[in-house]
Design a protein around this ligand. Structure first.
Ligand code: NAD
Ligand code: MG
Length: 389
């Protein structure tokens, strides 16, 4: 039996992970499940899977969680420190699927066990990639990518020598506004941005797909995970989202990973690795699909991509500043304080102040400095947002 914990169990990735676990209950022993504030879902899953502990982030939900779990064997806990404590409980396989920078600390703690961390939380690599991968190596832990593009690259690289890799191409759906006239984008509403053409995901990542801040993070994630140079990483719009990534080798061969848009493929691959097991995902009928399309992303529609290039060039703590500024800009868009096309300028201007005023290059990356830069970038992004109003 494999012991498993799922951080962010109530979210889109978390629920897909639990779906796979519930299909084969004899194979898994659930240690910890965590959620943000959806206490009903968390308690129901923790009871159904007989978890050792259920942790809810929001302290206001703690009494309700205790109430829902009373009379069961599941322990209740609450708060971000309790989430990190839960990540220290011995466990063979941990899913990191909390959204945002809050996902870093529990993943970091889980790595100290020297087991396997399935990493859906892309912010961990974007904010702290170099120290996170070092930390994993020091503890003999395995990190498996769960983001569909990175799982695809990982799979295309099995049995290959990374030194023979010329380039990595990650595909992008182009998001909700890929076919909109450019001049309409500033007026895009929250509801319109929250509607993904291909994937069913959490609201934040869906909006990040429309702006391509998601792809921007994935470019950085690719650099950090696979250790390639930024100029080796490309992105291309592929509206069908069936090819998730391609790896180009020194001999000109391109190995593509093709699969349905169902995150249970990448999650299941990480759950079963190093073996492949039957997964409940659709088998593609290529004749019915007929054709696959590709086009280069336009810089004016997706300014986030250039910001990612600048962040990769700068390196170090710029990733933490970028993630925080992006999260803050996204909060402001969701709150209706700024327009859809204001998010990229808020992020770019925030990073400009961080480069010019704070000399980020000279600050050593540690978990503490990552947090400090995160906080500072959020404050700066709020200041810049105010100047837009
Ligand atoms: P989601 O919003 O559906 O779920 C996020 C989970 O984190 C929920 O359980 C929520 O309660 C919890 N959470 C939120 N804030 C928290 C906090 N401060 N402390 C503790 N828990 C908190 O998000 P998702 O779509 O499942 O994405 C999760 C992560 O996986 C993100 O980093 C996302 O970028 C990445 N990812 C998602 C997909 C996808 O298809 N959904 C694909 C690739 C990568
Ligand atoms: Mg992805």
């Amino acid at each position: 039996m494999k012991t498993v914990s799922v951080f962010g169990a109530t979210g889109s990735i978390g629920q897909n992970t639990l779906d796979l676990i519930k299909r084969d209950p004899q194979a898994y022993d659930v240690v910890a499940l965590t959620g943000g504030s959806n206490v009903t879902q968390l308690a129901a899953d923790a009871i159904a899977l007989n978890a050792d502990v259920a942790v809810i982030d929001d302290p206001d939900c703690y009494a309700e969680l205790q109430n829902l779990l009373s009379g069961t064997n599941v322990e209740a806990a609450s708060g971000s420190a309790a989430i990190v404590e839960a990540a220290k409980r011995p466990c063979d396989w941990t899913m990191s699927a909390i959204v945002g920078a809050a996902g870093l600390a529990p993943g970091w703690a889980a790595l100290e066990q020297g087991k396997t961390l399935a990493l859906a939380n892309k912010e961990s690599l974007v904010t702290a990639g170099p120290i996170l991968m070092d930390h994993a190596n020091q503890h003999g832990a395995t990190v498996l990518p769960v983001d569909s593009e990175h799982s695809a690259v990982f799979q295309a690289l099995i049995g290959e020598d990374i030194a023979a890799v010329e380039r990595i191409i990650i595909t992008a759906s182009g998001g909700a506004f890929r076919d909109w006239p450019l001049e309409d984008l500033p007026n895009a509403s929250l509801a319109e941005a929250s509607n993904h053409p291909n994937w069913d995901m959490g609201q934040r990542i869906t909006i990040d797909s429309a702006s391509m801040f998601n792809k921007a993070m994935e470019l950085i994630e690719t650099k950090e995970f696979f250790g390639v140079r930024p100029d080796q990483i490309e992105t291309i719009i592929h509206p069908e989202s069936l090819i998730h990534a391609l790896v180009g080798f020194a001999d000109g061969a391109l190995m593509a990973h093709v699969g349905p848009h169902d995150m249970r493929h990448a999650i299941g691959f990480a759950l079963n690795w190093p073996v492949r097991k039957d997964l409940p995902v659709q088998r593609l009928d290529l004749a019915a699909i007929g054709s696959l399309n590709f086009k280069a992303p336009e810089a004016a529609r997706y300014p986030a991509l250039q910001i990612a290039r600048d962040v990769m060039d700068e390196g170090g703590l710029m990733g933490a500043a970028f993630t925080a500024a992006k999260e803050q800009a996204l909060d402001s868009f969701i709150a209706g304080d700024i327009g859809f096309m204001d998010m990229a300028p808020v992020v770019a201007k925030t990073l400009d102040t961080m480069t010019s005023r704070d000399g980020l290059k000279n600050v050593k990356m540690t978990l503490d400095t990552v947090n400090e830069i995160d906080q500072l970038a959020r404050v700066r992004a709020i200041e810049i947002t105010k100047t837009l109003r």
